[in-house]
Ligand binder design. Structure first.
Ligand SMILES: [Zn+2]
Length: 131
């Protein structure tokens, strides 16, 4: 059975983000990590993964439980740009979601990532919400 991945890669979930979420694979690029984190948000119940891929210095106050909550109905992911320079990475993307009152909003973010001991972590992002 095929199940399209949440991250709109046109790939099967099992071959796309699932191995990252299960810890069977480590993201090799900031873009891969970004996609898998979007998938974690979109599927819900993946707080452990979100926390594990968050740079410890910037996730203060967040818990796996709070991150497991499905905050919005995430509809679509669009990667606009991504780059990598040594152990630093950037990804610009638009994530579309439905608000509680059914409106379609866009979260436009420029995220920063860092690589430590071969693993990528999300550091922070510059976020704009566009209606
Ligand atoms: Zn995916």
């Amino acid at each position: 059975m095929t199940e399209p991945c949440f991250c709109d890669s046109n790939k099967n979930f099992k071959q796309c983000c699932e191995p990252f979420l299960k810890g069977n694979k480590v993201a090799k690029t900031p873009k891969q990590l970004m996609r898998s984190r979007y998938t974690a948000y979109a599927s819900g119940n993946q707080g452990e993964y979100l926390l594990a891929t968050w740079a410890p210095e910037s996730c203060e106050g967040l818990t796996a439980i709070s991150l497991s909550d499905k905050t919005y109905d995430w509809i679509k992911l669009e990667i606009i740009d991504s780059s990598q320079k040594g152990n630093e990475g950037r990804v610009e993307f638009k994530a579309y979601y439905k608000t509680d009152n059914g409106l379609l909003n866009v979260l436009h973010e420029k995220s920063a990532f860092i690589r430590r001991d071969g693993r990528w972590f999300y550091v922070n992002g510059e976020v704009k919400i566009e209606p």
